[in-house]
Design a protein. Structure first.
Length: 471
């Protein structure tokens, strides 16, 4: 590498550390078009894209670079951002005992709210590298997250003694003061940043703007929080809190979302029912309330709400068609669930739909039989009018399709049970012979040794009962 190339590398390095990521990218890309450019420049560009929040581009460049500790650390963080659990595990297992790798491991712990594990790593590194005083800020942030605000302030002071103009440290100290005292005290702390040369990093400016709104109890929240939601996770949470304090429609939606994520669907319905008059034609609302109704056992209303969804893109989402299939089955419309499978069988999640039809159809009928036993005889005629006579047949069809796609003894056992269920219904005159004819075709597709035995029993009954059937 000649002197000019080395100088350009340093220019790129300086631009990166000054937060001028676009400038650094342009420098590195100029280098890439030249012959004999070091391949690790691809990784440097990837780092720039990562800090710009452009993870797909970052991954593309990172994978072009040579394998190295830096590349592995970057791919680890990208896997976390892109929610790629398999790749995350691979990169995590490649981490070594170096300080840089351990810092990335600590970052993973922090991002997963494992603050004590992160603290242990930071303390271990700091014990061996006393000059890594910035680790005191990382420790302070972990203690802040653990609600140890006094300890957090002590850690911060160790760093501020050496770097009194640090925007990040001053901002964190203001947050501690907000928790320990009040917003007025915290705001005074943030005012100190006006007297120092604040970093040009956009992230720092956004953080200060965000916290100023928090300290002023939400003043200007609607102007400040929405643009920050993609860069600061806290902005979304604080916007929700802002809406909740004012009991707005958006606030009730936020509460419903919170309960939805915690699987408290009864509470979800309390909030969504209170605002549904405003969202009759809103596809997302109808989808969400449909899922909540289904989870609470109200399948009739769930089906009605889900069918109000007209957006084709939403209707093709697995969560939608799986929920609607379950509602159909619980409402005695297994044929519609099976028709739905025919429409989406080329979809990646069609096998999951088959599994739901197979198992839910089987269970619905069993539940009905148990339910009937609890009723008095005079109620039976009314109850039998609601029986779903086709459920076992659609269960058998689904298990058959699953068995063809992926031979598995469990699928054969499910199909066998469902076919015997169809036979039982025919014997009890609760299902037509056509259902048994279809079930026999499904049965004889299998090569299991029990097929002939089961088929012979069914045919023997047909002959003995003088039923007009040609199988």
């Amino acid at each position: 590498m000649n002197t000019d190339e080395l100088t350009e590398l340093w220019f790129g390095h300086c631009a990166f550390h000054a937060g001028e990521y676009r400038k650094a990218i342009s420098i590195y890309e100029r280098m890439l078009i030249r012959k004999n450019c070091p391949p690790e420049v691809n990784v440097y560009i990837a780092c720039c894209f990562f800090f710009l929040g452009l993870c797909a581009e970052a991954k593309q460049y990172a994978e072009k670079g040579p394998k190295s500790a830096l590349q592995n650390r970057l791919l680890l963080h990208l896997a976390y951002r892109l929610k790629d659990e398999k790749q995350l595990l691979v990169n995590r297992n490649n981490l070594q005992s170096t300080a840089e790798d351990q810092l990335s491991l600590a970052a993973m712990h922090y991002l997963n709210s494992h603050y004590q594990e992160a603290i242990d790593i930071y303390k271990k590194i700091l014990a061996n590298k006393k000059n890594f005083i910035a680790l005191n800020v990382y420790l302070a942030l972990c203690y802040y997250k653990l609600d140890y605000y006094d300890v957090s302030l002590e850690m911060l002071q160790l760093y501020l003694n050496e770097n009194p103009d640090s925007a990040i440290a001053i901002n964190l100290r203001a947050c501690n003061h907000y928790k320990l005292y009040n917003g007025k005290t915290a705001t005074k702390e943030l005012q100190k940043l006006k007297n120092v040369k604040v970093s040009t990093f956009t992230y720092v400016k956004d953080l200060i703007s965000h916290n100023t709104v928090v300290f002023y109890d939400g003043n200007a929240a609607l102007q400040v929080f929405p643009p920050l939601m993609d860069t600061l996770p806290e902005a979304r949470l604080n916007l929700i809190i802002f809406y909740l304090k004012r009991d707005t429609i958006t606030g009730r939606q936020a509460m419903a979302s919170s309960y939805f994520l915690n699987n408290q669907f009864d509470e979800v319905l309390v909030y969504l029912d209170s605002i549904k008059t405003y969202f009759h034609d809103d596809d997302t609302f109808n989808f969400n309330i449909g899922q909540a109704l289904l989870a609470c056992g109200n399948s009739l209303k769930a089906e009605t709400s889900l069918l109000l969804v007209v957006d084709e893109e939403l209707r093709l989402k697995p969560a939608y068609f799986l929920s609607l299939a379950r509602a159909y089955i619980q409402n005695g419309k297994s044929d519609l669930a099976w028709e739905m499978y025919g429409k989406v069988k080329n979809c990646d999640d069609s096998f999951q739909l088959l599994s739901i039809i197979a198992n839910d159809c089987y269970r619905v009928y069993l539940f009905d039989c148990f339910f009937f036993q609890k009723k008095r005889k005079k109620d039976l005629n009314k109850i039998y009018s609601h029986i779903t006579i086709g459920d076992y047949l659609y269960s058998a069809k689904s298990f058959d399709s699953m068995e063809i796609t992926e031979p598995n003894p469990e699928y054969w056992e499910g199909k066998r049970g469902a076919i015997i269920g169809v036979f039982k219904l025919v014997v009890e005159q609760k299902a037509p012979l056509d259902h048994l004819r279809e079930a026999m075709i499904l049965l004889e597709r299998s090569t299991h040794p029990q097929v002939e035995y089961i088929a012979n029993i069914i045919r023997k009954y047909i002959r003995r009962s003088n039923l007009n059937c040609d199988f």
